[in-house]
Design a protein around this ligand. Structure first.
Ligand code: GTP
Ligand code: MG
Length: 344
């Protein structure tokens, strides 16, 4: 169904009015819902009272302007889960771990460990609450072809024995810790709870985020609901496709829309949203770190938790919390090992 046909579902909107609305940028219920009657009346050639009717219907349909009570806001916040990195220093810095119902942005230069973190959290999210997980599954939107099942294999085997034993038991897997068949079955069970899709370009990426809503809904009442949505990398396609200053506004608008749907998955289904971002060099910065994340301000507003990764000696990485509501900025250290990301 085209957007124009959608608009024709509004009272008093026929094909001609729908076209005029469309031509003037009113291509969704949302955009009509926030318009004023006089504005709409002028631009779509309808009387002001018809314009009011159209706007009210669009508001109902788009569910805009809905308030909720403090009680239900509180109820939703009480469900917020914390997903642990299983690195005590970092989990402490995050006051327990990566929050659900929020977007966390991890940014840093190439090789700083962004993709390693997305893989590790795709494993950790599946663990039971007592082990630092959220007992959930993961959706992984892979834009740079970096997802490696072999890496998940290594990271699962790299979990502490205590955790492994309890997962083998909990998942009803036959055999004992260390038996190769048992370990393979365990790894397969972890892999089966990671839904990976490659995004070929930014439009495809946007579609996959919308598709994620469906997957989350499908598993809402599952034993393992979606509790983590990773996008690695959030910005690479946008950066490659929208080149030059003239494309900047367009790029930000698309990215903003994309972040909005990621945010929806997080909020509606109580999932953590983890996005990665490269840094761009900023020649204007004479002081401090001469790098800043791609995406500028819009991403700054939306990604509620921001973490900056910095390479250090060998496999050591500095992890900085640079922006988080109600948390102090801080700095920790991790190592990228064969067994996964580990404490220093
Ligand atoms: P870009 O995507 O290129 O921007 O980099 P990134 O930040 O995603 O880096 P990534 O997480 O891919 O790599 C971080 C570090 O982990 C690198 O120094 C790699 O050498 C290391 N690494 C990657 N895979 C493995 C692995 O299988 N074993 C070990 N021990 N280290 C790995
Ligand atoms: Mg990467």
């Amino acid at each position: 169904m085209s957007a124009t046909q959608d608009l024709e579902d509004l009272p008093g909107v026929g094909p001609a009015t729908a076209d005029k609305l469309q031509d003037n940028g009113y291509d969704s219920y949302q955009s009509i819902a926030v318009a004023s009657p006089s504005e709409l009346s002028n631009q779509a050639d309808v009387g002001e009272s018809s314009a009011s009717d159209i706007i009210n219907a669009a508001r109902d349909a788009a569910d805009i302007g809905g308030f909720e009570t403090g009680t239900s806001v509180l109820e939703r916040r009480e469900e917020i889960g914390k997903l642990q990195w299983l690195i005590p220093e970092i989990d402490e810095m995050l006051a327990g771990g990566v929050e659900t119902q929020s977007i966390t942005e991890v940014y840093g230069e190439f090789g700083s460990g962004k993709s390693q973190i997305t893989h590790q959290l795709a494993v950790n999210v599946q663990l039971q609450g007592t082990e630092g997980g959220l007992h959930g599954r993961c959706i992984f939107i892979d834009t740079e072809d970096t997802f490696r099942p072999e890496r998940i294999d290594e990271m699962v085997r790299g979990l502490d024995d205590e955790i492994l034993e309890s997962e083998i038991d909990y998942r009803d897997i036959e055999g004992e810790l260390g038996d190769e068949e048992t370990m393979e079955a365990l790894v397969d069970d972890f892999l089966a709870k990671i839904h990976v899709a490659k995004a070929f370009n930014s439009n495809h990426q946007i579609l996959l985020a919308e598709k994620s809503l469906e997957i989350a809904k499908e598993h809402e009442d599952d034993e393992y609901p979606v509790r983590l949505l990773c996008v690695d990398s959030l910005t690479a396609h946008f950066r490659a496709e929208y080149v030059g200053r003239g494309e900047l506004a367009n790029r930000q608008q698309k990215l903003n829309k994309h972040l909005h749907s990621l945010d929806r998955v997080g909020n509606l289904y109580n999932a953590s949203v983890l996005v990665t971002n490269q840094v761009q060099s900023n020649p204007d910065a004479f002081f401090g770190d001469p790098t800043k994340p791609i995406g500028g301000n819009i991403l700054g507003h939306k990604s509620t938790f921001r973490m900056y990764l910095k390479k250090s000696k060998g496999n050591k990485r500095i992890v900085k919390l640079v922006d988080a509501p109600n948390l102090a900025d801080g700095e920790s250290v991790m190592r990228v090992e064969n067994e996964g990301i580990k404490p220093e």
